[in-house]
Design a protein around this ligand. Sequence first.
Ligand code: PXP
Length: 253
Amino acid sequence: MSPTPPAPIRLGVNVDHVATLRQARGTPYPDPVEAALVSAGAGADSITLHLREDRRHIQDHDLTRLISSSPVPVNLELALDDETLAIASRAAPRFACLVPERREELTTEGGLDVAGNLSAVKDACKELADAGILVALFIDPDPRQLEAALRSGAPHIEIHTGRYCERDGAARETELGAIRRFAADAARAGLEVHAGHGLTAQNVGPIAAIGEIVELNIGHALIARSVFVGLPAAIGEMRRAMLSARNPAETDE
Ligand code: PXP
């Protein structure tokens, strides 16, 4: 009997940093919506964007334009903030991911403390679910957070891979082991498991090889690489790195 093939793995392309470049000059270009269309054409399975409270990159009009024109599902990252939750519910992207947010941070630091904010997380999950949105919680691979996520009503989690990406050698292996065990526990408990943050074509392989993880959300490294090779080629490189780790016997192109 031949072994069961691994579950497919999807790539969500985060277009925030296209907007970062635009906001640096206050020009109308480059447009994250154009980046989304190019990404979808190059094999992105979904488009992710983060509407931050300080609007440092993505603006409200990007969200509405993206939802009306993206050929692939839109995944909105947002904080536990009443105003942003109301915007998300009105815009109704297919997916949303609840993340922690601090004004002074360079990027999202660490996962959401679901265990410490369970009642607010539950309310946010209900509000978003009532708007027809499938919700993920961005959490560290910590069993306490998994237990809380299971009580929150969210159908999906996204594992924060930042610590795995920042470390190397034995410390990276330790993080990878924790992510593997956590993904298996979460999937066994019935959650759909995603992962992201800090992933590059060089470090994505061991994460993509974890069979329970069915989606990766990647932004900074893709947009940075696209400066040199173009966005379609950067996405192609990332997809090949993911797919060859997922199923070493087959490559996609
Ligand atoms: N997933 C989540 C929840 C994030 O907050 C981010 C950063 O916006 C990413 C994935 C993508 O991280 P990176 O830009 O480092 O690929």
